[in-house]
Design a binder for this molecule. Structure first.
Ligand code: DC
Length: 225
């Protein structure tokens, strides 16, 4: 295994923003595992699979081949040969990814791919179960948190700035985030939780630069340990 940094935490705490910038700074590969679950969710929605029915999802997942490719340094998700990267960030896909990632065959499908990607290169991988299940031997594990109200506000501003704000309100975004985080933390298979050897970082009051500084400091400490 290369040098691996695992960043876990609920949605909207700044994991992916921090991980992407750090990967570039350090020359590591950034692996966004949420995008992988989102890719499968796109397939289930396109396929008309009843996402609340475990058996239908588990039958459907057997027909999917998912691949990850890097194009100009950006991670792309291909599902049965189709690049679905541009379709991953809708509310429906977020919900479907959270619901279907509960099922073991869905997780099993991606686990091997995730581990294989970390085998030969230095990676920063973010998700929900990276420090606990996917890369238990990661050299640095960070568990990022934020107040749900802060998570919702960040998401709201992000949608507004990118012109993607539909009929969502701050309140509806907060409710969605709470529902998703509750489901991700309370599922039976690989729930979101802090690994025993992870360092918790509450980003509620931190700017992105402060988050990056905190992670770089932790990394230095690990390297010198
Ligand atoms: O990080 P994200 O919001 O893109 O993730 C979408 C969903 O995928 C999330 O609600 C739960 C699931 N997920 C997971 O179960 N395990 C991971 N390592 C990453 C994401």
């Amino acid at each position: 295994m290369g040098f691996a940094i695992a960043i876990d935490g609920p949605s909207g705490v700044g994991k992916s923003t921090a991980a992407r910038i750090l990967a570039e700074k350090l020359g590591f590969v950034y692996i966004d595992t949420g995008a992988m679950f989102r890719g499968l969710a796109v397939y289930f929605l396109d396929n008309g699979t009843d996402i609340n029915d475990e058996k239908s999802v588990c039958d459907a997942v057997a027909d999917v081949i998912e691949e990850i490719r890097y194009i100009d340094g950006e991670q792309h998700v291909l599902v049965n040969g189709e690049d679905v990267t541009g379709r991953l960030r809708t509310g429906d896909v977020s919900r479907a990814a959270s619901v279907t990632s509960q099922y073991q065959p869905v997780r099993r499908k991606l686990l091997e791919l995730q581990r294989r990607m970390a085998e030969s290169t230095d990676v920063i991988m973010d998700g929900r179960d990276i420090g606990t299940v996917v890369l238990p031997d990661a050299r640095l594990k960070i568990f990022m948190t934020a107040q749900p109200e802060v998570q919702a506000e960040r998401r709201y501003l992000q949608l507004k700035e990118t012109g993607k704000l539909g009929d969502e309100t701050l309140e509806s975004i907060l409710a969605d985030i709470k529902e998703r985080d509750y489901r991700d933390s309370h599922r039976e298979n690989a729930p979101l939780r802090k690994a025993e050897d992870a360092v918790e970082l509450d980003t509620s009051l931190l700017s992105i630069d402060q988050v990056l500084d905190a992670v770089m400091k932790l990394l230095e400490e690990k390297k010198n340990a």
